[in-house]
Design a protein around this ligand. Structure first.
Ligand code: ATP
Ligand code: MG
Length: 304
């Protein structure tokens, strides 16, 4: 058995003629908090829905605990807790009753355990209230209470703090960290906020326009050797074509300059490649860290 809890290979989803998610290879390791970072519309929810078998992929495979999810759906998903945009609760039942019902799907849960889970997420005083009276943030916290109670091996959360005020965001982040530290649960969570991923995750993947642009340890990606370069070249269109043909070069964005990711040891090769193809290169400079890139793509300043 590999140490990967979740692996996707070549995962893709096409809606009509458009790939919303394309060739995504994720590796989520046991016990980590994994951040799935991407701006609005990047394809985070689509990916998560495929992982949770709510949506059929157009291409690729998804393995959880080394089992193909679509083949071993029931056994795999019984060990996974998905907290997606609208957590699936029985709106006309109380918070307590919801946890009792959801908790007992996997094992016998006691009253003390349910009350304990509600207390951890700060909902003990609302235990008897119907979930339909809950705010968005309270439902998110109830989702976490469910995860605390059912002790799944993997928790998947789609933007758990979205729509919450700063205090609510902090509470949810603290709960994520607590769940991870106290239960060793592997947590996969999506976010469009770099600061959020930095606050909770040890590793992350960055998604833009449906494609992964980076994956690795958060600290390495943010502080590591910059392998990002900006090129001013003319004619730019032809330069982009040539760069895209190279498997060792990743064209990250095209605006006034062409931004690429390439191994630092091969930068001079990039220059040579362009020049020998008749492209005039007026500048080629190591420029941005992944952080700058991410801020740039979330601001919508660049288009691929
Ligand atoms: N059912 C659908 N039919 C057609 N297009 C869809 C469908 N679901 C999602 N898309 C498209 O797929 C792309 C990715 O959407 P997705 O919801 O996965 O992004 P996201 O990263 O979760 O964004 P957000 O941060 O806004 O939640 C978008 O262009 C979206 O319009
Ligand atoms: Mg989404």
């Amino acid at each position: 058995m590999s140490e990967n809890i979740l692996t996707t290979e070549g995962l893709g989803k096409k809606f009509g003629q458009r790939w919303a998610v394309k060739d995504v290879n994720l590796e989520v390791k046991k016990g980590e908090v994994f951040g799935f970072l991407g701006p609005n519309g990047a394809g985070k929810s689509t990916t998560i829905r495929m992982v949770l078998t709510l949506l059929a992929p157009t291409s690729g495979t998804i393995k959880i605990f080394d089992n193909e999810v679509r083949r071993d759906r029931a056994s795999v998903l019984s060990r996974v807790c998905g907290i997606v945009e609208k957590p699936d609760f029985y709106l006309y039942l109380s918070a307590y009753k919801n946890l009792e019902v959801l908790g007992s799907l996997t094992r016998k849960v006691t009253r003390a355990e349910i009350l304990d889970a509600l207390e951890i997420v700060g909902l003990q005083t609302r235990a008897k209230d119907k979930v339909k009276t809950f705010s968005h943030g309270m439902k998110q916290r109830l989702g976490i209470a469910q995860a605390i109670l059912t002790k799944p091996d993997l928790v998947i959360m789609d933007e758990p703090t979205s729509g919450l005020d700063p205090q609510g965001m902090k509470e949810v982040r603290d709960l994520v960290l607590r769940l991870s530290r106290e239960s060793g649960t592997t947590i996969f969570l999506s976010s469009h906020l770099l600061t959020e991923v930095q606050a909770v995750a040890t590793r992350m993947a960055v998604l833009n326009h449906g494609e992964l642009i980076a994956q690795g340890k958060v600290t390495d990606l943010l502080n590591g050797d910059s392998s990002y370069y900006s090129i001013s070249a003319s004619p730019q269109e032809r330069a982009v074509e040539i760069l895209r043909e190279q498997p060792w070069i990743e064209v990250v964005s095209v605006a006034n300059e062409v931004d690429i990711q390439v191994d630092a040891s091969r930068v001079s090769e990039v220059n040579r490649l362009l020049v020998t193809n008749g492209i005039e290169v007026s500048s080629l400079a190591a420029k941005r860290t992944l952080e700058d890139y991410f801020l740039k793509i979330t601001e919508g300043a660049s288009e691929l």
